[in-house]
Design a protein. Structure first.
Length: 445
């Protein structure tokens, strides 16, 4: 493919597949989990990596920082915030950990972390660890609702949880919530939740793993206290790359990267002792510029990814509109084929994003663990279904329990069409029948 062909506008749908590297016959209906990137953007990464390998020390020490600054400028413009407020980390989970592990919890043990009952599992594990490691100096309080629920009811439950914390003599210190949660995949009223945090005097930490390149974002207008979003999911950079936004007012809280690296300046040392180079950059920016020897090449592919989206895919508005509509219509089609439903509320705000969560026609308890044989070992129902999809149907879809039922999640993306969702629907019908048979055979053994 020539350079002009790589950058020429391409129609959405199967024609767009020529820019990606999927195996013949593989249908990538789960873009949301790990993303993928166009070959042209990966080629840019390969070229940069070759420069790195030809002159390792000069590249890391002197060539990389200005390239990183270019990426920071590109992402700052994209999110409409000052460049001094954005740095890069490996992924959204790293960003969430960076915030939570940098906060100094009050020794009186009254601090609480407000979190949702649909918190991403790794972030939920992080808060559990913090509660354990801090020797009860911090606790979690969960916002529990019955889904589906309308946004205004959700926001009210969130505010009530904060106020309940205070009524019980606790200090709701920080709240963590998603833009679009993972399993189930549904859009949350994160804008209103951020406003509630501001009104209630609670720090807001937005896990925007499904954020940049997925939904429209204006961080200057949103004004969260902390925000992190994976670029390798929906923005099309290679893995792993996430933007970490911290407004100036909160940067002093972020004392260390994970792990602590050479940019750390102890409070006991005067800032006048900081290195003379890069004195135009803040301590916050310098801190995140080099965090050990990692593959940070994806960080400096952001300008290439944004440019590819503009020139080949037609820009952000066009991409988001296509992917959202495809996920909505495709999700409804799959549900119709299965004879079930899409997880949504009456105002359909859950599906105002590029993913749909569809109920599976499986009558199987989610409260007790069930295992099935798979290649000489026993695996969970989720693993049995997912590995069957991989090996026998050339696709992957998350199969997971939620609120006592079994669901799947499908992603809309520019290289997919409605016939991919129709195929997925019929494939899931067959998969569910096979699962029922496997469970029945197991009961008669």
């Amino acid at each position: 493919m020539t350079r002009s062909q790589e950058t020429a506008p391409t129609s959405f749908g199967h024609e767009m597949r020529k820019h990606f590297s999927f195996a013949p016959g593989y249908r990538n209906l789960n873009h949301g989990s790990y993303g993928t990137s166009p070959s042209a953007v990966r080629k840019k990464a390969e070229n940069l990596r070759e420069e790195w390998e030809t002159r390792p020390c000069p590249f890391i020490k002197y060539d990389f920082p200005p390239l990183l600054d270019e990426s920071r400028a590109a992402i700052a413009d994209f999110l409409q915030v000052p460049v001094s407020t954005v740095v890069f980390v490996a992924n959204a989970t790293t960003g969430v950990n960076t915030v939570l592990r940098n906060l100094t919890w009050n020794p009186d043990g009254n601090d609480e972390i407000i979190q949702l009952d649909v918190i991403y599992s790794a972030c939920g594990s992080t808060t559990k660890y913090l509660c354990e490691a801090s020797e009860c100096r911090v606790r979690t309080r969960e916002v529990r609702v019955d889904y589906p629920i309308e946004d205004d009811e959700f926001v009210a439950a969130f505010r009530n949880t904060i106020r309940a914390s205070r009524r019980e003599g606790r200090n709701p210190r920080i709240a963590i919530f998603d833009t679009v949660c993972s399993n189930p995949g549904l859009r949350l009223p994160f804008e209103a939740l951020t406003a509630v945090c501001r009104e209630e005097g609670v720090l807001s930490l937005i896990d925007g793993a499904h954020g940049i390149g997925h939904i429209e974002l204006n961080l200057a207008q949103l004004d969260p206290d902390f925000f992190v979003s994976n670029c390798h999911k929906w923005l099309f950079t290679p893995r792993s790359c996430a933007v970490f936004y911290v407004p100036q007012r909160n940067q002093a809280m972020m004392r260390s990267t994970l792990p602590t690296s050479i940019g750390f300046v102890p409070q006991s040392e005067s800032t006048s002792n900081a290195p003379a180079v890069n004195t135009d950059k803040s301590e916050f920016v310098r801190n995140f510029e080099f965090v050990g020897t990692l593959d940070t090449i994806p960080f400096i592919t952001v300008p290439a990814a944004i440019e590819w989206r503009r020139t080949v895919a037609g820009g952000e508005k066009k991409i988001i509109e296509y992917c959202t509509r495809l996920a909505q219509e495709g999700g409804r089609l799959v549900a119709d084929i299965l004879g079930t439903q899409v997880l949504d509320n009456k105002t359909r705000t859950y599906t105002d994003c590029c993913m749909s969560t569809v109920l599976l026609p499986i009558e199987l308890s989610t409260s007790a663990p069930v295992t099935l044989p798979w290649k000489g070992r026993r695996v969970s129902v989720s693993d049995w279904a997912q590995q069957t999809l991989i090996e026998e149907y050339q696709t992957y879809l998350p199969i997971f329990p939620f609120k006592g039922r079994w669901w799947t999640r499908l992603s809309g993306q520019i290289y997919l069409e409605m016939d991919d969702f129709e195929w997925a629907g019929h494939t899931l019908v067959e998969l569910c029948e096979r699962l029922k048979l496997a469970l029945s055979e197991q009961r008669t053994e």
